[in-house]
Design a protein around this ligand. Structure first.
Ligand SMILES: Cc1cc2nc3c(=O)[nH]c(=O)nc-3n(C[C@H](O)[C@H](O)[C@H](O)COP(=O)(O)OP(=O)(O)OC[C@H]3O[C@@H](n4cnc5c(N)ncnc54)[C@H](O)[C@@H]3O)c2cc1C
Length: 396
């Protein structure tokens, strides 16, 4: 295996995807290991990388053509994100651009023509950066229990509440915000009474506190505190109280993209491990000649390839308009596991040097781990498969 996947076209991809990969690679490969190691140390947002991707038009790959996007599907987006995460930038690179691909989907699906014209071109060009305020400290994965409340007032809404883990809020000027407009207790169904907004991140009304974290240091995550934020009616997406159904549109694409990113990180780590195993001589032979070194690497390769096949299957089902919940969740679960395990095996293969920053595999290992937790945990995916596929009683 070469260190860089120069002519890499993965199973499930057509020849027409080769140009897409090469186009993305032309931008991504300008940002090498040293750039990403520096960002991992200083925690500064990768502005140069974001701008380079925007300038090359990649931020609009899934956006409608009418608003300046390329109008492509999840398959192409997954291939793009696989390439983005393959070259040492890992989740820091992926998260810099990931939000643009399916995060704004509620706008695409439910926005008015005026809203789309006002918001989408600026996201595609990189002029606007958006963060997502969905998760709340007291609700966790049980999204229907959010408490951030948007009170109707003349001309708009007055919002108070708290969010946690809001990524990129340090640099974003826009926020997509999930609120309640009717209290949980007053709704017929738990999913009723939730309203979604896309609005200015007004720092005079929103306090943003960075959360120190294990990996992906360059792309910040935050606790945010909203105190008396006025949101005009014009910034509400779709109908009041129907917001929960709008976010469902983007869940399966997001799982597919995370799978692609995790697999890319695992494959990047594996390539580095294989190179090291060939080069490092101990007991007068390359360590990679020992089965104890080569078998786990061979096994990781198989898991990564299998997860990629499931990822492409989920993407192709979605793009064909077919149900893909089981496949997208399975891809996310398997991809995150395979990526994480391969990154760990790369650390182990490097011995003591696996622990040193200069070989980058410890960073890839830290970067890969978040894909097992966010945006949905492994446990909740297992709950979904148990309930929806195996027809077992709902456990949560
Ligand atoms: C780096 C990072 C970036 C993020 N970025 C964003 C962002 O930009 N915007 C945003 O809104 N959110 C973001 N998140 C939040 C992320 O989506 C949540 O952390 C994730 O959904 C898990 O929610 P939680 O942390 O509240 O876990 P909890 O809901 O508190 O769960 C804790 C643990 O209990 C398990 N658990 C809970 N209930 C059950 C059950 N019934 N059965 C089995 N197990 C259960 C969970 O699986 C988990 O392991 C981010 C998180 C991280 C780490």
């Amino acid at each position: 295996m070469d260190h860089a996947p120069a002519n890499f076209v993965a199973p499930g991809e057509g020849d027409d995807h080769r140009a897409l990969r090469e186009g993305v690679r032309a931008v991504v490969s300008r940002f090498g290991d040293d750039y990403w190691l520096e960002r991992d140390e200083d925690g500064v947002f990768p502005f140069e990388f974001h701008k380079a991707m925007a300038d090359a038009g990649w931020l609009g790959i899934t956006m409608p053509e009418d608003y300046g996007g390329a109008g492509l599907g999840v398959t192409e987006a997954a291939i793009m994100m696989h390439e983005v995460a393959s070259h040492g930038g890992a989740m820091a690179a992926a998260s810099t651009v990931h939000i643009n691909l399916f995060g704004p989907h509620p706008i695409v699906v439910k926005g008015t023509p005026e809203q789309k014209a006002r918001w989408l071109p600026r996201l595609i060009s990189g002029q606007d950066q958006c963060c997502f305020g969905f998760t709340e400290p007291d609700a966790g994965l049980n999204t229907t229990r959010i408490k951030t409340f948007a009170q109707k007032v003349p001309g708009g809404y007055m919002v108070h509440g708290q969010k946690v883990w809001t990524s990129t809020a340090q640099v974003a000027n826009k926020i997509m915000l999930l609120t309640r407009t009717t209290k949980y207790e007053d709704c017929a169904r738990p999913t009723d009474g939730i309203t979604i907004f896309y609005t200015d991140l007004d720092r005079s009304k929103i306090e943003v506190r960075r959360i120190p974290k294990m990996g992906r240091k360059a792309v910040d995550s935050n606790a945010i505190f909203i105190d008396g934020l006025f949101i005009p009616d014009a910034d509400r997406i779709g109908e009041e109280g129907k917001g929960f159904s709008y976010i469902l549109h983007s869940l399966n694409p997001e799982r597919v993209l995370i799978a692609a990113e995790a697999i890319a990180i695992g494959q990047d780590a594996l390539r580095r491990a294989v190179k090291y195993a060939r080069d490092r001589v101990v007991f007068d032979r390359p360590i990679g000649q020992n089965q104890g070194i080569q078998h786990p690497l061979a096994e990781r390769w198989m898991y990564l390839e299998s997860a990629w096949a499931m990822t492409m299957r989920a993407a192709q089902l979605y793009d064909a308009g077919l149900p893909c919940g089981a496949e997208a969740n399975t891809a996310k679960f398997l991809g995150a596991r395979a990526g994480h395990d391969a990154a760990w095996q790369a650390v182990a293969t490097h011995g003591g040097f696996g622990y040193a920053k200069e070989y980058h595999v410890e960073r890839l290992y830290r970067e890969a781990s978040v894909t097992r937790i966010a945006p949905i945990t492994e446990q909740l995916i297992l709950c979904f498969i148990a309930e929806k596929i195996l027809d077992l009683p709902r456990s949560y």
